[in-house]
Design a protein around this ligand. Sequence first.
Ligand code: CMC
Length: 449
Amino acid sequence: MAKESITLIDNRTGKSYEIAISYGIYPLDGAAIRASDLRQVKVSEDDFGLMSYDPAFMNTASCQSTITFIDGDKGILRYRGYPIEELAEKSTYLETAYLVLYGELPTKAQLEKWTHDITWHTMIHENIKKFMDGFHYDAHPMGMLVSTVAALSTFYLDAKHIFDAGSRKTQTHRLVGKMPTLAAFAYRHSLGRPYAYPDNDLSYTGNFLNMLFKMTEVKYKPNAILEKALDVLFILHADHEQNCGTNAMRCVGSSQADPYCAVAAAAAALYGPLHGGANEAVLRMLGEIGSKGKVPEFVKKVKAGEGKLMGFGHRVYKNYDPRAKIIKRVADEVFEVTGRNPLLDIAIELERIALEDEYFIKRKLYPNVDFYSGIIYQAMGFPVEMFPVLFAIPRTSGWIAQWEELLLDAEQKISRPRQVYLGQDTRSYVGIEQRETGKTGQTSPKGVA
Ligand code: CMC
């Protein structure tokens, strides 16, 4: 029988090493060697040992996880084994959040208790409101969300007891419960509107719409189709394994910071236009293109290296993002209520041309989750600045699940990558009188081939 290992021959020394291979649940997708096993590969006793060089973690697994499975080539996404398509059709965001966090779908009683616990924690301390008042009128709501979620850490001092399961549970309820409130308050602040308090009779997304859009009516009644559409969008964004934001959550969490600070770090990572800020960038891009007729010209520019086609491409998916397919369907339901967003025609044309073009085919670039989500959000009345915020709210359950998994994983330690140093070798200090511009004495670095 074949051995579950590889043999490595170091041509510098002629020595050979046997390195064990471990597997995930799908051997062909999850085979890995331990990078630390490479350290035994040395040319001499005082050699540090071989490292693997992997900028941007292109081929490095940083953890073992049981939460989310993605097969990027086949376009498959599952939370705890359940296909995203089934969850989007049959579940609700709060039920899915429970699944992501605790590994199983809740029983009826568990779901009732969970819904109650989250609803119980939707209010925020009045001082947070005062803190929010300090932001400039045109502050970006994502910047406000990142700051205020970090500020929650100063209100809940028990949050630092991260190895206490009871404390973790309370912080989970608070974070999942309060993120929509912080987000809605950030939005109302930017409009100069009075804050609308949570209405605990409404669903998770119904209440969020209430806090965003309630005006003078005594009781806000969310549109059932829009409430459901937002709920589906929240399900699609609940988790996505080791993306940039989640990696930030795990990295900061690994220093044993409290979960509010770790969520703030994750949200900050999500804010960037290559990550959760992409949906905002897509809308701006579609606006700049302006009309269907101008799409070929735009695609030509992208191919010439003048900017990217935002909402296209993914580190893991080399096929159609399954979330984008579901979103396209949700778009039709939303447009029945709101009327068709004219940007949709530009997006469809862009997708059609890109998917037929050799440049995109060769690089396996397909629409990702952000390509159509912004068009729906805009039709629902959200300004573009709110788009990354709408990503951060549902992703909070995934971040906490990943953080908890990290804390309970005996193998995990503080996150601390190595580097390949390319700077100066040791040299003596030169007095200012002796320094000459351009004469640094630097030798050219070898670098990694
Ligand atoms: N438009 C045009 N070319 C692209 C794009 C794009 N959107 N994405 C990748 N490429 C090209 C890239 O230039 C490179 O070409 P070449 O081989 O000639 O140098 C090739 O495709 C491979 O790309 P890469 O940059 O090595 O891929 P990556 O895995 O490092 O980047 C990505 C992934 C998502 C950052 C990137 O595809 C991108 O910037 N997309 C646009 C932003 C976006 O939509 N982000 C949302 C991602 S999904 C939700 C989320 O994660 O938050």
